[in-house]
Design a protein around this ligand. Sequence first.
Ligand code: PRP
Ligand code: URA
Length: 208
Amino acid sequence: MKAIVLENPLIKHKLSIIRDKNTGTKEFREIIGEIATFLCYEAMSDAVLEETEIETPICKTKVQKLNEDKYAFVPILRAGTGMLDGLVKSIPNAKIGHVGLYRNEETLKPVRYYYKMPKDIANREVIVLDPMLATGGSAIDTITMLKEDGVKKIKFLCIISAPEGLKKLEEVHPDVQIYTASIDEKLNDIGYIVPGLGDAGDRVFGTK
Ligand code: PRP
Ligand code: URA
């Protein structure tokens, strides 16, 4: 499946703020959450709704509702948790799993340190969150673990992606729809996205 890129001018404007190295932690975190909400709306555009009857102040009517119990969000620690608020606002009853991974800075390979999913994860559509898709290693390993747990439908939401990581993720997990706010130029020789926004985890949590 080809990645879906959000082309909205407001998103481009928000990206211009978080790319700027002078943007502080508070604003960075707020905008990561806002863009995550936009990505969530896009990712839900194929959602199947259920018809139900309600009463407006005027009359009875049939409405279309989302069954929120069918979804789970899985942020990749740490930076993915910065996107979580933006999604929970939209689908408050989704369950949440966590995957802890960090990249070994020499090999660029993801190292797993935590994995905790809701018990019924195999029966849910899972939306994986990480602001950065660089080499693709973290996203690929997370999705592999979810598939080993029996998950059938997975979407991946990221704010900035590198062409190298996108290609690899599409090759290894062709059934996973990717949503991104930008496809940047390339990776540099230490695995950072160019122009990118730097280290997303450090910028969300103010650790550098
Ligand atoms: C960052 C980012 C992704 C990963 C992307 O996490 O949030 O998880 O790198 O790189 P990849 O596509 O090459 O795997 P990092 O390892 O810096 O951990 P952190 O979120 O704890 O800072
Ligand atoms: N992880 C980040 O946080 N930033 C990058 O540019 C690449 C990986």
